[in-house]
Design a protein around this ligand. Structure first.
Ligand code: PLP
Length: 420
């Protein structure tokens, strides 16, 4: 029986697990480990689910680049006509390098620098999602220096509880994100009076890994009410951006489908003329990727058995950071007894674990895959312990594209100099 993997294009083949038509063992052979492996088909299918749910509407899906900013991943979405939600000038550069359209870029984030504003204005982005009163003054100034007019939306904080992990909940009053709902009207009036701003839309994003459509519909109700109050004052918006946040299955979660998630929202939007935007990250890439790693050592213990693998918290930080769960599966079947293991990396930190208490039938040298690692995996990786970052490959049918070479150790200290 083929288990039902959260990574949809993963299956059991004759040479062990395969993603689309390529065996993971062959990928490890060619590219080494640890390696992030993505499925192009899974990316396309995830994006198409949004397109289908939004068919017949004036809508733009802006992929949230921070979830996975590899050029290979961005280029797949750019080819599908996606917009992009960025949070830094660096991400804007990546989007353009991957063939993305600046005219479909929205720029979120609480700390945009003047240099980032200049870069985004020069590129001609679609909208700045402004997160504070101070930011409109700075943006107006920078735009006026360049002789440009900056399109803006306020990211409002609708103060709804998304019922998710506190580190990824962003729409409560106590968060640093967005402008308080009751101050928004006043801020729009002020923005409308500034010469180098053009009020274009409104945005909100309440959190991540949302499994219930109710909070986002509640947020949308509040946002639409504000849009109508603005219109009554003669401030007409051309788009409504409801953020990202749809959750995925890591373990036994049952997230709504895109259609189920957007359904209640789209009902609220029926008959409206504004363009509707979304900023999904995790739900587009999370289940399209896995982290392929090799068992270095097995270390049986009195209380716990450890499987020490060649990936670590620097490659995949989510378990250490949020105590996140990733499914761990052996790539090739082994005729040895299954044991329960702590899956840990070589880093000198007790927090360096990838999974707890997993039953695996493996021997040293075997490959294992950590599933659902496409979002906030490579993007949050680091070089802690002078570990070169993993390679990244994109499977496309029977083909494999190396989309990021494994880093070399020399490159890690190329910008440093010892004292003479
Ligand atoms: C992180 C983020 C997103 C994407 O969130 P996901 O949970 O990955 O869909 C969208 N919009 C903004 C403003 C964000 O900060």
């Amino acid at each position: 029986m083929t288990p039902d993997f959260p990574t949809p294009t993963l299956s059991q083949g004759c040479n062990g697990l395969q993603l689309e038509d390529v065996s993971l063992a062959a990928i490890a052979e060619t590219y080494g480990t640890p390696t992030y492996v993505y499925s192009r088909r899974a990316l396309v299918e995830a994006f198409s689910a949004y397109q289908r749910a939004l068919a017949g509407r004036r809508a733009l899906v802006c992929y949230a680049v921070k979830a996975n900013s590899s050029l290979g991943v961005l280029s797949v979405f750019a080819q599908l006509g996606a917009g992009f939600d960025i949070v830094s000038g660096g991400e804007l550069s990546r989007v353009l390098a991957a063939g993305g359209d600046a005219g479909k870029v929205v720029f979120s984030g609480v700390g945009k620098s003047r240099a980032e504003m200049r870069q985004a204005l020069a590129a001609g982005i679609r909208c700045f999602n402004v997160e504070s009163a101070a930011e409109i003054d700075r943006l107006n100034e920078v735009a006026s220096e360049l002789g440009k007019v900056a399109p803006i939306a306020f990211r409002v904080n609708p103060d709804v509880d998304p019922k998710t992990h506190p580190y990824i909940s962003t729409g409560l009053k106590s968060n640093k994100f967005g402008v308080a709902f009751d101050t928004a009207l006043e801020l729009y009036r002020r923005a409308a009076s500034l010469s180098h701003l053009r009020v274009s839309g409104i945005a909100c994003h309440i959190g991540s890994q949302l499994l219930d459509p109710a909070p986002i519909a509640e947020a949308a109700t509040k946002v639409l009410d504000l849009v109508d109050r603005l219109a009554a004052e003669g401030i007409a918006l051309d788009h409504i951006d409801l953020g990202g946040g749809l959750g995925i299955r890591y373990r036994d979660e049952v997230p709504p489908t895109v259609t189920e998630y957007l359904g209640p929202l789209l009902k609220l939007l029926d008959g409206r003329t504004e363009e509707i935007c979304f900023e999904p990250g995790r739900s587009l890439v999370g289940n399209a990727g896995l982290l392929l790693t090799r068992v270095e050592y097995l270390k049986p213990g009195e209380e716990k058995n450890f499987a020490i693998v060649d990936a670590a918290m620097n490659d995949l930080a989510r378990p250490a950071l949020y105590d996140a769960y990733h499914e761990v599966v052996a790539v090739q079947p082994r005729d040895v007894p299954a044991r329960n293991y702590e899956i840990v990396g070589p880093i000198c930190e007790s927090g360096d674990f990838l999974a707890h208490d997993r039953s695996l039938a493996v021997e040293p040298g075997d490959l294992v895959a950590l599933l659902s690692a496409g979002a906030y995996g490579m993007a949050m990786s680091s070089n802690y312990n002078t570990r070169p970052r993993a390679a990244e490959v994109m499977v496309d049918g029977q083909r494999v594209h190396l989309i990021r070479q494994r880093e070399t150790v020399e490159s890690l200290y190329a910008l440093e100099s010892p004292l003479s």
